[in-house]
Design a protein around this ligand. Structure first.
Ligand code: BJW
Length: 228
């Protein structure tokens, strides 16, 4: 990595799989039992707030039963040790990267441990279940909702992510199927700006053909090997 200074790492559900959090599109995926259209759109939240809140309450509660794995810990070590620019962009809404110690981290699809006011945009910590209908204490104009980027909503920090990709020397994608945009397009963007591109995934993904190199295997083995 001698000529590399700026690194962008994109992580997906596969990085948390070995911690026991189900991925979205694999067997036993999170959507089983719930059509994701029923829980992951703004329309679903309006139509059935109790169902949507319960879905995220259960997932939030489950965070207490999982721990960061070797992949999260290796990325946190990289974050602490890397002297150049580094940004870990996670699509995951769990808190395992930060619990492993990563600091240069951005949650582009929101966070289970955060609540969002749809009226004023304030975000606040959400550790215990808040009943549907709990009003925003900052503006009082709307009910707090899970701080999750639903389909059709703009992911967080897109300008910053795109600017960072433009400066990247290396883009590394870990444990994501490449099925959901705009994250699925980051490899092409980074490549077009001249970054080297590496994919670490259990199996070939929808975007594998866009990477200069793909290494296949579990993140808990591949990520420490790459970092060390
Ligand atoms: C392992 C492993 C191990 C397993 N080790 N690996 C038509 C064409 C193009 C786009 C669209 C379209 N129609 C609609 C759209 C846009 C839409 C979209 O992409 N839809 C697709 C379904 C087609 N996107 C959006 O709506 C986004 N917003 C948007 O586009 O705004 C407009 C915009 C315009 C211009 C610029 C920017 C924006 C919002 C997307 C929000 C996604 N939200 C979710 C739900 C979060 C809440 C929740 O958790 O409940 O985010 S969906 C879900 O998918 C979640 C994930 O972050 C995301 C990605 O999934 P991920 O992480 O890749 O998981 P999996 O399960 O798919 O894959 C896991 C991988 O790991 C697999 O490859 C395994 O092999 C691997 N693996 N074990 C290593 N041990």
């Amino acid at each position: 990595m001698s000529s590399i200074r700026n690194i962008v790492v994109l992580t997906g559900a596969g990085v948390s799989a070995e911690s026991g959090i189900a991925t979205f599109r694999g067997p036993g995926g999170l959507w089983e039992g719930h059509r994701f259209e029923d829980v992951c759109t703004p329309q679903a939240l309006t139509a059935d707030p109790v169902l949507v809140h319960r879905f995220y309450d259960l997932r939030r509660a489950a965070l207490g039963e999982v721990e960061p794995n070797a992949a999260h810990l290796a990325l946190a070590r990289l974050d602490r040790a890397w002297p150049g620019e580094l940004l870990i962009v996670t699509q995951n809404v769990d808190d395992l990267h930060e619990r492993a110690g990563a600091r240069r981290l951005l949650h582009m699809h929101g966070e289970l441990t955060s609540a969002l006011c749809a009226a004023c945009g304030v975000r606040r910590a959400w550790h215990a279940a808040l009943p549907p209908g709990t009003q925003c204490d900052a503006c009082g104009a709307a009910a707090l909702r899970p701080d999750i980027v639903f389909f059709g909503e703009m992911p967080y920090a897109m300008e910053r992510i795109e600017a960072t990709l433009a400066e990247a020397d290396l883009f590394v994608s870990i444990g994501t199927s490449g099925a959901v945009y705009p994250a699925a397009g980051f490899v092409q963007l980074a490549g077009a700006y001249g970054a080297d591109t590496l994919e670490l995934n259990l199996e070939r993904s929808a975007g594998s053909g866009f990477f200069a190199e793909t290494r296949l295997g579990p993140a808990g083995e591949l990520v420490p090997d790459w970092v060390e």
